[in-house]
Write a protein that binds this ligand. Structure first.
Ligand SMILES: Nc1ncnc2c1ncn2[C@@H]1O[C@H](COP(=O)(O)OP(=O)(O)OP(=O)(O)O)[C@@H](O)[C@H]1O
Ligand SMILES: [Mg+2]
Length: 269
């Protein structure tokens, strides 16, 4: 009798986030022109391009903050275009901002509890306004501590944002997103201002989080080496247009990408 063969791991390639033909116009500026991109569960998808290329605008469209004049946003096949940002959050699309949006009077653990409640719909505003922060249940506290532990943040659970260095504040922002149990995580320049050690740690955490939790992470970054090292696929914008997409090695060799990054003849070399 032959031994029962172990089944190979089933790799789902169902798209989590799909942007189709997105166009955004700000007065005379066409910030995005017919841009399509996809992000898959468990993977980091890089989004790069020179300053003003339209990267942040594309994340704003993906999170519902910027309605496109043309084009569509789908999350796991469900159309979200035209719906309020809250509907995007409810559909488990989470994003961090270039500067972490933390509440002065709340400690790190309380920030996570607030994030958990975004999904359950429990009162948020009164929690934030209360000088004591949210009254957390035992279950919420345990969940928060588990997540903080997995992100290496246990030691700062009781500290307020003002007591934390920038790199840690960024991680708390990511922890909050993860606390919302996202399907898609949108990160806009998360390593800006971090030193090399913090950047490496951040990259490792984002890769692990995406893989272990099946999150489709979209990473906007000026640190091209970082993007090339952790992304499964990469999309490149220039002047609002998609000029390339592909694997890191394809992007490295792409002439249009090299031309867009004037002064760096070899991208990521
Ligand atoms: N709210 C706005 N009103 C008017 N123009 C805008 C607005 N937001 C962005 N733009 C313009 O749209 C274009 C794309 O901007 P965007 O911020 O998306 O670029 P980016 O790729 O994120 O750049 P950076 O790398 O500098 O962050 C730029 O020309 C910018 O000036
Ligand atoms: Mg930007």
């Amino acid at each position: 009798m032959t031994a029962v063969q172990e089944r190979p791991e089933i790799v789902t390639q169902e798209v989590a986030l799909k942007l189709e033909g997105v166009t955004v116009q700000f007065g005379g500026v066409r910030a995005l022109d017919d841009v399509s991109m996809q992000a898959y569960p468990g993977e980091v998808t890089g989004l790069i391009g020179p300053n003003g290329a339209g990267k942040s605008t594309l994340l704003a469209v993906a999170s519902g903050l910027q309605p496109p004049v043309k084009g569509e946003v789908f999350l796991e096949g469900a159309r979200l275009t035209g719906r309020a940002p809250q509907a995007f959050a409810k559909a488990r699309m989470a994003r961090t901002f270039q500067s972490p949006q933390l509440v002065k009077d709340l400690d790190v653990r309380q920030h996570l509890v607030l994030a958990f409640r975004v999904r359950t719909g429990r009162s948020l505003l009164s929690d934030i306004k209360s000088a004591f922060g949210p009254k957390m249940t035992k279950d919420e506290r345990e969940r928060a501590d588990l997540l903080l532990g997995s992100l290496g943040l246990s030691d700062v659970a009781h500290l307020g944002p003002a007591e934390l260095p920038l790199g840690t504040r960024r991680l708390v922002g990511v922890a909050q997103c993860v606390g919302m149990d996202p399907k898609v995580l949108l990160l806009d320049e998360p390593t800006a201002g971090l030193n090399q050690r913090e950047t490496d740690r951040f990259a490792e955490l984002v890769t692990t989080l995406s893989r272990e939790r099946g999150i489709a992470t979209v990473l906007v970054e000026h640190d091209i080496d970082l993007v090339l090292s952790i992304s499964a696929r990469i999309f490149v914008l220039d002047f609002g247009k998609l000029i390339a997409s592909g694997t890191p090695s394809e992007i490295r060799k792409n002439k249009a990408v090299q031309a867009a990054y004037i002064g760096s003849t070899e991208v990521g070399a």
